[in-house]
Design a protein around this ligand. Structure first.
Ligand code: FES
Ligand SMILES: [Fe+2]
Length: 479
């Protein structure tokens, strides 16, 4: 039993996530049975991390120039010559399909007078600078030099575009500007094994929304990796969301928060029936008929999962009958340090949060909706761009999520404003939530790892990782 007197051990009343899994109508995959709680302390953090230009510039030097980061999906550069311009802070890279089965990434700058080579993503037969016309081949070697006779000093072998490291996993393309970085596989640690059951590669971009938010990128990210705000910000979700019954797990470079669906919040002041839970979950008004019905004795979780199975059946067939209710209903939000959030199981959501160009006071909140497909891979959806004053509901592809995100959107600029005016520090709310936030501030964590709720010491817990350990982060990351 957890000891509330020990830091990090207190927990909410109500059913635990693991107890909820015991009620599943299907076998639950081992990955959801893993538990890796960590107490990361409860120290305040200085608001300057979110507000100061100096901190932003330290992040550029010590974080963005050194870390593996999600740049694009492979499907966005499907054909030879297709490329994506990936910007992070004041840095810009060209991620290029340089040959069949080969992806390269280059600094997006001409070696002649420094003009940015590509302004937007697209497809090309060469990388030609719009200024004086120097060009480079798709593999980055020097191509054409206008008036070559006047460039006797140019040694072709020394004039290839500088490259940065590239790695792929699950259809995602990552880059790392640090030539001495560890391989992506090592950085990912056990993450691919967690997702082995949930094929991310076999999905396509059904929707992609990119919204400017007037807040530091970490303010925005942290608004989407804890559920403590649900009662205050999304009170309509309390009848069907176990907000404070979430399970928070932390590994080396990645973490996850699982917030169960189809179960009422312990913070709710009344006891909803299973019918109530279902109606709230599906956003059905009191005067409307439900389009998912409950069999006698059936739980809302099971009924909702059964309906989701039928939506997936045309794509993956009867395999859906082996998938647990939890994989359809629960919010399984993984975070790979520092800013990449692929949701686990059969949810389509992948988030990315980054500075809006070189402005540390605004951020880009991106939502990728990755859907399965059968037959030929559909073309990736075009990006919907939203400005800081646009509503998320203007992105039709978000459906009901648009209204929910707008509720978050009301907070984030006001958090940024408040941080610059009144708060000396950001105060952790609870040890549990703090862990989920702290995990994105520090990639590795010191201190002891407490026994889990079953009293097992860390070494006794089941882990999926089978090889190696994730490398230590450069000390600079722990700024
Ligand atoms: S700056 Fe690119 S060709 Fe001159
Ligand atoms: Fe929210």
């Amino acid at each position: 039993m957890p000891d509330p007197a020990r830091p990090g051990q207190a927990r909410s009343s109500g059913i635990t996530y693991q107890q909820l899994l015991d009620t599943d109508t299907k076998p639950v995959p081992e990955v959801l049975r893993l538990e890796s709680p960590q107490y990361l302390g409860d120290e305040d953090i200085a608001n300057s991390r979110y507000t100061s230009r100096d901190w932003h510039e330290r992040e550029v030097e010590r974080l963005w120039k050194r870390v593996w980061q999600f740049a694009c999906r492979e499907e966005q550069i499907q054909h030879v010559g297709s490329y994506v311009v990936y910007d992070i802070a004041n840095l810009s890279f060209i991620v290029m399909r340089s040959a069949p089965g080969e992806i390269k990434a280059f600094y997006n700058a001409c070696l002649h007078r420094g003009r940015q080579l590509k302004d937007v993503s697209g497809r090309c037969s060469e990388m030609r600078c719009p200024f004086h016309g120097f060009s480079w081949k798709l593999d980055g070697t020097l191509g054409h030099v206008p008036a070559r006779w006047d460039f006797e000093h140019v040694d072709d072998s020394q004039w290839s575009l500088p490259e940065v490291k590239v790695g792929t996993w699950g259809g995602f393309v990552f880059i790392n500007p640090d030539p001495n970085c560890v391989p992506l596989e090592e950085f990912l640690g056990g993450l691919p094994e967690h997702f082995a059951r949930w094929d991310m590669e076999g999905r396509y971009i059904q929707g992609h929304v990119c919204k400017v938010v007037r807040a530091n990128w970490k303010v925005v990210q942290e608004a989407f990796c804890e559920s403590y705000h649900v009662g205050g910000t999304h009170p309509q979700a309390l009848p069907y969301l176990g907000d404070v019954n979430s399970q928070v797990d932390i590994w080396d470079t990645f973490s996850r928060i699982i917030t169960p669906g189809g179960t009422a919040s312990p913070l709710l002041g009344w006891d909803p029936t299973e019918e109530d839970i279902l109606r709230y979950m599906l956003d059905i008004r009191v005067d409307e008929e439900t389009f998912v019905s409950l069999a006698p004795g059936q739980k809302a979780r099971a009924a909702s999962a059964a309906a989701a199975r039928e939506r997936w059946r045309p794509v993956v067939g009867d395999l859906v009958d082996e998938w647990s209710d939890a994989e359809f209903i629960d919010n399984i939000d993984y975070t790979l340090f520092p800013n990449f959030h692929p949701w686990g199981a059969y949810n389509r959501i992948v988030y990315r949060f980054r500075p809006n160009g070189d402005d540390h006071t605004t951020a880009l909140h991106e939502i990728f909706l990755l859907a399965p497909f059968s037959g030929e891979r559909p073309l990736p959806a075009k990006t919907t761009y939203l400005g800081p004053d646009d509503s998320y509901t203007e992105a039709a592809e978000l459906g009901m999520l648009g209204k929910v995100f707008d509720q978050d959107g009301f907070n984030m600029p006001m958090v940024q404003k408040g941080l610059t005016q009144t708060c000396a520090t950001v105060r952790p709310s609870t040890a549990c939530w703090w862990a989920s936030v702290a995990a994105v501030h520090q990639h590795r964590h010191g201190g002891r790892r407490p026994a889990d709720r079953r009293g097992r010491q860390p070494a006794q817990r089941r882990v999926l990782r089978t090889s190696g350990t994730t490398p230590a982060a450069p000390a600079a990351w722990r700024c």
